[in-house]
Write a protein that binds this ligand. Structure first.
Ligand code: NAD
Length: 468
């Protein structure tokens, strides 16, 4: 029996079947969680529909007050959640604390947002108002890289918009989401938030369920396509935040010594398991060698270890399947480029991969063209801006990208030509709840966060009044 519970209809629910949760630093099962099936999903949808009936009539002030209470409760539980987040996800404890701080910041931000009625026309003859009304039951399906932050960042805006929600964490990182469920059980009306853990088998049931009006999905492109196909019969609204293979273009007016640390951080945060991590580093030929040396120096100084051990800068890859995928990328890089740091997988328990830097690699190789989602980075040489722009834009991904230069006007002009949802200049991977997070091409459909993200959790209603 698990010490954790699902949250369904305001009750903490145990199930007979459980799912093992493995600590990626030890490869040992550290706990088990209940496994939801069709019965639990149906109960959750029914409860969420019921909760929605009264919650949709609440005022924005009441919803804001609820989100403030949730923020306070997360703050109070932070010390309990952080070590469990490290155990299930692998990230160093300091990073786990930072993830929870981000979740708190997101919740707090949405608690301060309004969804005002827009008055489009107001004359003596006519008044036209645009209302953003709640959708009903929303489902959030999560990946395993930032389980706690992503759960909160889906729940808070959904509630602000007046919806009820069902959250399904990834099967390898369900624990802190269930802990969040325990916190919410005491704060939210029964059925308003429901948390269902699974064994990677409940997703298709959720996307096909007629009671669910919208899916907010974060995960791989491959699964995103299945979500879209499976939601078609019930005509669900979708927000799909999918994979990325962000290119960074570094011009030769940059001092590699000055910028390498920032670039390194953007590439390897969370051991490279970030959708908007910097994943392809294009460096202009004049500073190519120096930039490679700087990146290798930083990689060689990085400590990869158990996230619970003090001094670990980076944790393991989160799960066995991803570990095998990243190992295959390392092998491919050995054939197609020159590894100048890392590359040797230690023969010890844990899904550890050293921070790996690959130079003298070209477009068309697997490491450049595909998303590794792990601690390995290709550095690719370029000469002309037009040519590098073609290469950066030449893949089906379109999540993020960046330009690095001392000349901000030049960088801005290049940024405008990059085909992605967010383009940064002299930084990468900077985001927040107040900034919309859009995707283009195969990296997704729609947008989360910001007021544009809130609108995606609502329907438009026009009230058109004749005054004559
Ligand atoms: P995944 O697609 O394998 O799984 C994501 C979730 O989908 C899990 O909860 C899984 O159980 C569920 N799922 C599996 N099959 C399903 C189906 N047929 N229908 C519905 N749900 C199903 O992704 P992952 O391996 O957990 O995460 C890594 C990927 O996620 C990477 O590609 C990464 O870039 C992407 N990602 C994107 C963002 C973003 O905001 N764009 C953020 C984080 C991660």
């Amino acid at each position: 029996m698990s010490e954790y519970r699902l949250l369904i209809g305001g009750k903490l629910v145990a199930t007979e079947e459980t799912v093992d949760v493995v600590n990626p630093a030890t490869e040992k099962v550290f706990t088990v969680v209940p496994k939801a099936g069709k019965k639990e999903l149906n109960n959750a949808v029914k409860a969420a529909e019921e909760a929605f009936r009264s919650f949709c009539a609440t005022t924005i002030e009441q919803r804001q007050a609820l989100l403030n209470k949730i923020t306070e409760a997360i703050v109070a539980s932070k010390d309990k959640i952080a070590p469990v987040l490290t155990m299930e996800q692998g990230k160093p404890l300091e990073m786990a604390n930072m993830e929870i701080d981000y979740a708190i910041m997101f919740c707090q931000h949405f608690a301060g947002m309004d969804i005002p009625v827009e008055v489009l026309i107001d004359t003596d003859e006519q008044r036209v108002e645009l209302h953003h009304t709640p959708l009903g039951v929303v489902a959030g399906i999560l990946p395993w890289n930032f389980p706690f932050l992503l759960a909160v960042s889906k729940i808070a805006p959904a509630l602000l918009a007046g919806n009820s929600i069902i959250i399904k964490p990834a099967p390898t990182t369900p624990v802190t989401t269930l802990m969040l469920g325990e916190i919410l059980q005491e704060l939210v009306p029964p059925g308003l938030v429901n948390i269902l853990a699974d064994n990677d088998d409940l997703g298709p049931e959720i996307t096909a369920h007629p009671g669910i009006k919208k899916i907010s999905f974060t995960g791989s492109i491959e699964t995103g396509k299945k979500v879209m196909a499976n939601s078609a019969d019930t005509l669900k609204r979708l927000t799909l935040e999918l994979g990325g293979n962000d290119a960074a273009i570094v011009l030769d007016d940059v001092d590699p010594k000055e910028m390498a640390e920032r670039i390194f951080g953007a590439a390897f945060m969370n051991s490279g398991q970030v959708c908007v991590a910097l994943k392809r580093l294009y460096v202009q030929e004049g500073i190519y060698d120096e930039m490679c040396d700087e990146m290798a120096r930083l990689a060689n100084g990085a400590v990869v270890g158990d996230g619970m051990m003090e001094g670990s800068h980076f944790g393991p890859v989160q799960n066995k399947e991803q570990f095998e995928i990243v190992k295959a990328f390392v092998e491919d890089a050995k054939q197609n480029g020159k590894i100048i740091a890392g590359g040797e997988i230690p023969d010890k328990p844990g899904y550890f991969i050293p921070i790996t830097i690959v130079r003298d690699i070209v477009d068309g190789t697997r490491l450049v063209d595909e998303e590794p989602f792990g601690p390995i980075l290709p550095i690719i040489r370029f000469k002309e801006i037009d040519d590098v722009l073609k290469r950066a834009n030449g893949l089906p991904y379109g999540l993020g990208g960046s330009v690095w230069s001392r000349d901000l006007d030049k960088a801005h002009a290049i940024a405008k030509q990059m085909d992605a949802g967010t383009i940064w200049v002299n930084q990468h991977c900077a985001f927040g709840p107040h900034i919309p997070f859009p995707a283009c091409k195969d990296s997704g459909i729609g947008v989360e966060w910001g007021k544009e993200g809130i609108y995606e959790l609502t329907a438009l209603r026009v009230i058109n009044i004749s005054k004559v």
